[in-house]
Design a binder for this molecule. Structure first.
Ligand SMILES: *Cc1c(COP(=O)(O)O)cnc(C)c1O
Length: 394
């Protein structure tokens, strides 16, 4: 294998070159999509005795694939982990992590603002089939985690910043508590990407990304990834991915590799635009609140500075007005389209709480009429003027 250590000096060198072995594919500067379901062997012994951790040995596509492996090596390097595993969706990654760490009767601590379908999995499937119980905490105060720990707690689920009201958790402090009680810390790092936050270096055990967002970056794939600190845990997760069958397809992995190459420059632009949009909204007379961790007015701005080196393109705001007014603002936008996802090139607007009861929204932080927007790459001025016109409609 060619010497890869020279590429470990910076994130941009990792995304551009690390994990790629040009000499293995005719010196093509882009690796091929290994679109094969199996690899063949000369002898029976060769099949039975091959080392599954060897980067140059493969047997079957549900176990591992060379294109997928390149992606995983890059993410593991970016997150400073012992390894990484790519999945067919963010939820496939998340559920494989939960099912690997938890047993029947385990207890989980999860923040209120974590990704909705993961909470549904914990309180629905895991409760019903495995009697796993989950305690929810707000997450902005470390004592809350300590108070919720029981002798059955095996997992703490974080998402910092969370992707609706952008609340943060102190990753280092929570990880210290978890370690004391022999629980593992899982964190959804999708908002920051591996470029702006590396939770494993702060003590977390498992990092999850849905690559459907910034890593893919072009709204053309669904995918997920786990990066892990410890090689024994990596081994268990690898075995369970094979059994649960959630590996990413080679074409998606190839698109993730391509997305990674431009991610640092894309998110820098998303950040610049989102900062300008957040400042515009903050001073607008019809806007009541803006939620964006890049703003000095964010209540956890100091913690953000401590554990993140940047923010990306997602933010939310509340207007002075009713739910109908908020719907009118979202529907009056011309460039921002109405849609749930984010992390792609395009600008989006959504009302995540529009069909929830006001008292159910309270626990999550934002009101019923909170508007979440993703600032895409269409240009800062165009997006601000779009918001200005939409706000003028109410
Ligand atoms: C989209 C999203 C997920 C789920 O990812 P999928 O690829 O859709 O399964 C998880 N966490 C966050 C923060 C997300 O935005």
């Amino acid at each position: 294998m060619s010497d890869q250590s020279r590429y470990l000096k910076s994130d941009k060198l990792i995304t551009a070159h690390y994990g790629e072995e040009y000499e293995h594919y005719y010196n093509a500067v882009v690796p091929p999509v290994f679109m094969n379901s199996l690899n063949v062997f000369e002898t029976i012994d060769e099949y039975y005795d091959f080392d599954r951790t060897d980067k140059h040995k493969y047997c079957y596509g549900r176990v591992q694939n060379p294109t997928v492996r390149i992606l995983e090596d890059k993410i593991a390097a970016l997150e400073h982990g012992a390894g990484a595993l790519a999945f067919a969706s963010g939820m496939a990654a998340a559920t494989t992590a939960v099912l690997t760490v938890c047993k029947t009767g385990s207890h989980v601590i999860c923040i209120h603002n974590s990704y909705g379908p993961l909470k549904d999995f914990l309180t629905g499937y895991c409760k019903e089939h495995m009697n796993i119980t989950t305690s929810f905490v707000k997450g902005d105060c470390v004592e809350e985690f300590e108070e919720s720990i029981t002798d059955k707690t095996v997992l703490i689920v974080l998402e910092s910043p969370s992707s609706l009201v952008f609340s943060l958790q102190d990753i280092e402090a929570v990880s210290r508590i978890a370690k004391k009680h022999e629980a593992l810390v899982y964190i959804d790092n999708t908002f920051c990407t591996p470029i702006y936050q590396q939770p494993l270096t702060l003590g977390a055990d498992i990092v999850m990304h849905t690559t459907s967002k910034y890593i893919g970056g072009h709204s053309d794939i669904i995918g997920g990834i786990l990066a892990v600190k410890d090689s024994a845990l990596m081994k268990k997760l690898t075995a369970n991915r094979e059994l649960l069958g959630g590996i990413a397809g080679p074409m998606e992995a190839w698109l993730m590799i391509r997305g990674l190459r431009t991610m640092a420059v894309r998110i820098a632009q998303h950040q610049e635009t989102a900062m300008a949009v957040a400042r515009f909204l903050e001073t607008h007379p019809k806007v009541k609140n803006v939620y964006y961790p890049g703003l000095e007015s964010h209540p956890q701005y100091q913690l953000m500075k401590k554990q993140q080196s940047g923010n990306t393109g997602l933010l939310s705001f509340e207007i002075h007005g009713t739910l109908k007014d908020a719907e009118k603002v979202a529907e009056s936008l011309q460039i921002f389209k109405i849609g749930v996802s984010w992390g792609g090139f395009e600008s989006l607007a959504f009302l995540p709480h529009a069909r929830m009861e006001e008292n159910a929204c309270e626990a999550l932080g934002g009101s019923q009429n909170i508007i979440r927007i993703h600032c895409g790459l269409e240009g800062t001025e165009a997006l601000i003027s779009d918001l200005e016109s939409a706000l003028a409609q109410i």
